[in-house]
Design a binder for this molecule. Structure first.
Ligand SMILES: [Fe+2]
Length: 191
């Protein structure tokens, strides 16, 4: 379930807003210049099908948004649990990459076709934890301090949109703020 939880930057235990209402989420984020939207996921969508088939499910909307925003690259990022003995290590490594606060030089635009992941947006003196699930589209503006948690059991298929080939390289702030905030697992557990 999609969720937005807003907390003061210095007190993660204080919940200012917690909502799963998509309209409220869109409104709260829009006030901060962050775009949030919802796309329908068609019945024929299968998270385990190949990339082309996944793209086919969303092609019209992907092409429309790409033309509007001048995206030059679109790909599909997929992490799904499997029986590979190396999976836990692979999952932990993937999770650790963007778990600390960073920024990018371009918007970070993601559509969650399935599964979940949490963006933490450090906006002013607040942190907006946005748990994205199936059908959610989010655009994190360039320069926004944020981090991302895919949880201890990463499971998602996300369409990623890029303006430049390396525009999404993380510029890490060195602030350990993420250490004191609830993880994706915590947020979902307390739901
Ligand atoms: Fe990022």
């Amino acid at each position: 379930m999609t969720l937005l939880q807003i907390m003061p930057e210095h007190d993660a235990s204080k919940i200012l807003v917690r909502t799963s209402d998509p309209d409220r989420i869109a409104r709260e984020l829009s006030e901060q210049g962050v775009e949030f939207g919802r796309w329908d996921v068609p019945d024929g969508y299968d998270p385990d099908s190949d990339t082309e088939r996944i793209m086919d499910c969303f092609r019209d909307r992907v092409e429309r948004i790409s033309a509007e925003r001048s995206f030059r690259l679109v790909d599909v990022a997929r992490l799904r649990p499997d029986d590979d003995p190396a999976w836990p290590e692979k999952a932990a490594e993937a999770r650790s990459k963007f778990l600390q606060e960073h920024r990018h030089s371009e918007n970070e635009v993601r559509f969650f076709a399935s599964g979940s992941g949490c963006f933490y947006l450090h906006l002013g003196d607040r942190v907006y934890a946005l748990v994205c699930t199936e059908g959610d589209l989010v655009s994190v503006p360039a320069g926004t301090r944020h981090w991302f948690d895919m949880g201890t059991r990463p499971d998602f298929v996300a369409v990623r949109f890029f303006e430049e080939k390396d525009g999404w390289v993380g510029d890490f702030t060195g602030d350990r703020i993420s250490d004191s905030f609830p993880t994706l697992d915590d947020l979902v557990r307390t739901g």
